[in-house]
Write a protein that binds this ligand. Structure first.
Ligand SMILES: C[S@@+](CC[C@H](N)C(=O)[O-])C[C@H]1O[C@@H](n2cnc3c(N)ncnc32)[C@H](O)[C@@H]1O
Length: 333
C-alpha cells in the first residue's frame, strides 16, 4: 500500500524569466568555496575504488534509496553506475544486493560533480530521476538549471536524462540547454511502464501522474564559456573593474583616505581571485581580465573625490598614468 502523491502545485505557468541570467552568472564565475570535506573524501574513496581510468561511467544523481542505481547497473553491465545522494537516511534504506558494477555514496551533488570534472571524468550517461523541482517560483534558484553547480553538470558531458512529473520543470531545462546550443527531447513516459526506474517514479505513476523524460546529448563535456553579451554586460557592472584599473587604484590609494586599509584589503583580495571567465574566442591575456571588487557603499565615489583632490594638488607637473587610469575607472562607474 502507498499514499497517493499529490500533483505538483505551482503558480508558475512558464519557464522562469531569471533562468538564463543565472546560468550566465554561474558560467562567468565558477564556485570557488571549498568542497565539503565529506564529499571530497567520498569522491577520493570512489577514485581509489574505480581506479585511475574507470572507463564507462554513469551517474545516478539524487539516487535516493539507490533503486534506480541498481536498475541502471543491471541495464548497463558495461559501465560503472554511481548513485549519489546527500541523505544518509535514504541511502541506508537500500536493502537488495547491488550488482558488482554499482556503487552508492553519500555526497553533496554540486561538490561531487565539481570533483569529478576536476579529475577529468567524463560520463557515458547522467541520470537525474525526479530531482526536487522546488515548484514555488520564488525558489527557482534552487532548481538545478539555476543552481551555481549547473556548470559542473554540463562539464561532465554524456547522455543526460532527467525525469519529472512536472513538465514545466523539464521545459526549464530545455530553455537553458537551448541557450547553449544543446538540443533536447521532452517526452511523456508510457503511463504504466513495467519496471519503474525509481521509487518516486513508481509512486507518481501509481498515483496517476503523467511523468516525463528530458533527454539531451551533452557530448564530450567541459564547462561551457559564458556568452559574449553576458560577459560584456558583467564587465560594465559598477562593481567590476579591469585588472589594470584595480592595480592602479591599489597603487594610488592616498595615505590620508578614510577606510584605506579596508579598501586595500578588498582590492588585494579581488586581484588574487579568479577573473570573470571569458567568452569563446576571446584572445586577451591577463591584462584583459575583469574582476569583481566591492568597494562598499559609496566607496567608489569617496575614493574618486580623494583622487581628484590629489590630482588637483599635483597640478600640471604631476602627471601620473596610474592615477589617471584609477580616476578614469572610478569616474566610469
Ligand atoms: C525527490 S527525491 C528522488 C529520489 C530518487 N531519485 C527517486 O526517483 O526515487 C530527490 C533526492 O535528491 C536528493 N538530493 C537533493 N539535493 C541534493 C544534493 N544537493 N546533493 C545530493 N543529493 C540531493 C535528496 O536527498 C533526495 O533523495
Amino acid at each position: 500500500m502507498f499514499t497517493a502523491a499529490k500533483p505538483i502545485e505551482s503558480a508558475q505557468e512558464a519557464p522562469h524569466g531569471g533562468l538564463l541570467d543565472r546560468l550566465q552568472r554561474h558560467l562567468l564565475r565558477l564556485p570557488t568555496a571549498p568542497v565539503a570535506a565529506h564529499t571530497q573524501a567520498a569522491f577520493e574513496a570512489l577514485q581509489r575504488d574505480l581506479g585511475p581510468s574507470p572507463g564507462a561511467l554513469i551517474f545516478d544523481s539524487g539516487c535516493g534509496t539507490g533503486e534506480s542505481t541498481r536498475n541502471l547497473a543491471e541495464r548497463h553491465p558495461e559501465a560503472w553506475v554511481v548513485g549519489v545522494d546527500k541523505s544518509a537516511d535514504r541511502l541506508g534504506r537500500h536493502r537488495a544486493a547491488l550488482p558488482a558494477n554499482a556503487r552508492l555514496l553519500r555526497a553533496e551533488l554540486g561538490d561531487f560533480w565539481r570533483c569529478a570534472v576536476a579529475a577529468g571524468w567524463r560520463l557515458k550517461a547522467h541520470y537525474l530521476p525526479y530531482p526536487n523541482p522546488w515548484p514555488k517560483a520564488r525558489h527557482y534558484k534552487r532548481r538545478w538549471p539555476a543552481h551555481p553547480a549547473f556548470p559542473w553538470l554540463l562539464g561532465l558531458g554524456g547522455e543526460l536524462e532527467v525525469r519529472s512529473n512536472w513538465r514545466l520543470y523539464l521545459e526549464e531545462w530545455q530553455v537553458v540547454l537551448e541557450s547553449l546550443g544543446i538540443a533536447s527531447r521532452l517526452s511523456p513516459l508510457a503511463p504504466t511502464p513495467e519496471a519503474p526506474l525509481s521509487p518516486f517514479e513508481a509512486k507518481y505513476l501509481a498515483s496517476g501522474h503523467a511523468c516525463y523524460a528530458l533527454r539531451a546529448a551533452l557530448g564530450a563535456g567541459g564547462v561551457p564559456a559564458p556568452s559574449w553579451s553576458a560577459y560584456q554586460a558583467r564587465c560594465e557592472a559598477p562593481e567590476v573593474f579591469s585588472r589594470p584599473a584595480l592595480t592602479a587604484i591599489l597603487a594610488t590609494l592616498p595615505p590620508e583616505h578614510g577606510q584605506r586599509e579596508a579598501l586595500a584589503e578588498a582590492l588585494t583580495q579581488a586581484l588574487a581571485a579568479a577573473p570573470l571567465r571569458k567568452p569563446a574566442g576571446h584572445r586577451g591575456g591577463k591584462a584583459s581580465d575583469f574582476l569583481p571588487c566591492d568597494l562598499g557603499p559609496g566607496g567608489s565615489e569617496a575614493l574618486r573625490h580623494t583622487l581628484e583632490r590629489v590630482l588637483e594638488q599635483r597640478g600640471e607637473g604631476g602627471d601620473d598614468p596610474a592615477l589617471r587610469l584609477a580616476l578614469r575607472a572610478l569616474r566610469s562607474r
